[in-house]
Design a protein around this ligand. Sequence first.
Ligand SMILES: [Zn+2]
Ligand SMILES: [Zn+2]
Length: 211
Amino acid sequence: MPSNVPIHNWHMYDELTGRYTFPCPVQGEVRLPLSDFRVLERLPGTAHPAVYKVTFACACGDDHEGLVTHDELDWAPLAGKDTRYVNLMTAQAEDAGDELLDLAARRIRAGQWPWSFFCYPEERARPVFPSAFRVLSAGEERVGVAVECPACERTSVNLVTRPHVDVPFYNDRRVDVIEHIFCADRHDIVAAFRAELDSGAFDARRRDLAA
Ligand SMILES: [Zn+2]
Ligand SMILES: [Zn+2]
């Protein structure tokens, strides 16, 4: 594990703002939404918990790297961490984490997806979690997101709105799908994806995500 990227032992996701806290060498720390992530990479050899190295676009103008655990990445936006609320009946502060997690599970069982994308090789919408995001590239209005499909393990690129990435259970009804099957090597994917987005010459078609 790189020693210059300290892992936070406190909660880095703030569910009120939907932002993650990361260290910045210029500003000390910064808070940013998922759509400011640029590259996600699972660190080999990490399992309990799995740890992801995140390259993010910082407000200071540079890209930095930080570490985030699998729980913080996928579950904190749904359940919060150390989520406290005031129970109106008892006027006590209580931990709402389990209830939020339960609510999220019920919504998922009812067919609502916290995140989704259109898998191009399979020609279908799939539910997904942020840990399946591989590369993101945010423009003024839209975000290009390369997602490794949890079902077929191939990578598709969708062009979506920022809330589609940042707000759990908000999904664009329609997304643009780049009509291109990206090969398995992730470095190729990153390079090809960035080149296509930069050129603006990608071939994208609208697909329905909503059933
Ligand atoms: Zn910075
Ligand atoms: Zn797939």
